[in-house]
Design a protein around this ligand. Structure first.
Ligand code: SF4
Length: 209
């Protein structure tokens, strides 16, 4: 794993397309139990080199019910964006994650993390890549159908402050998805490691029809 992470951190495969240059932001270890797959580093994350070290990360940690110390414990939490480097800005926010990372690194990184109990797929790019035909017609529909992916995967919207309107219009996310998410995270990270995720009670699985 150390060699692979060093190779990733030295990657310059798409340097010509990165306005701030390569700075892959990845956290991983062979013992990680929780895998967080996001989109791409923000400019703030690029500047600090720490994943989710911004307002989106504060919101994400609140969703998960874990503090910064646990979040940044690579022995327990792996953080792999779809694109590892800051991609630059477009007319309506940050550009999509670079596609090169998926082909170059994802499979090799995942192959060395065989203790993962729970994977969080944040946003459209992660859901498209990992769920493929199993995802629904939109991020909203995929998140709403979170019970379909239990117990090892939870699809999530991006926790960006830019999505405040989405959270207001979909209050079920806070009341129905987050309690299940926190319980699954607690199970995945609770010592002794290796405890398999247990089924969530039917009453808290997915949205009521
Ligand atoms: S975005 Fe991915 S492929 Fe491009 S330089 Fe960074 S690590 Fe390499």
């Amino acid at each position: 794993m150390a060699v692979l992470l060093a190779d990733i951190r030295n990657c310059t495969a798409c340097a010509a397309h990165l306005p701030l240059g390569p700075r892959p932001v990845v956290q991983a270890s062979a013992s990680a139990r929780l895998l967080i797959v996001g989109q791409a580093p923000s400019m703030t994350v690029h500047a600090t080199g720490a994943p989710w070290n911004d307002m989106s990360g504060e919101q994400l940690r609140r969703w998960l019910g874990i503090d910064r110390e646990l979040f940044y414990d690579a022995a327990r939490v792996a953080i792999m964006p779809m694109g590892y480097c800051y991609p630059g800005r477009g007319s309506s926010g940050d550009l999509p994650p670079r596609r090169e990372c998926a082909g170059l690194w994802h499979a090799r990184l995942l192959a060395q993390m065989n203790q993962v109990e729970l994977t969080l797929l944040i946003g459209q790019y992660a859901q498209r890549h990992f769920l493929g035909a199993a995802r629904k017609g939109s991020v909203t529909e995929t998140v709403e159908a979170f019970a379909d992916y239990a117990p090892r995967v939870v699809p999530l919207p991006h926790p960006s402050p830019r999505n405040t309107g989405w959270f207001k219009h979909h209050p079920w996310f806070e009341t129905e998805v987050l309690p299940v998410l926190r319980e699954r995270v607690r199970q995945a990270l609770a010592p002794p490691y290796g405890a398999a995720a247990t089924e969530v009670p039917a009453a808290s699985k997915g949205r009521a029809a």
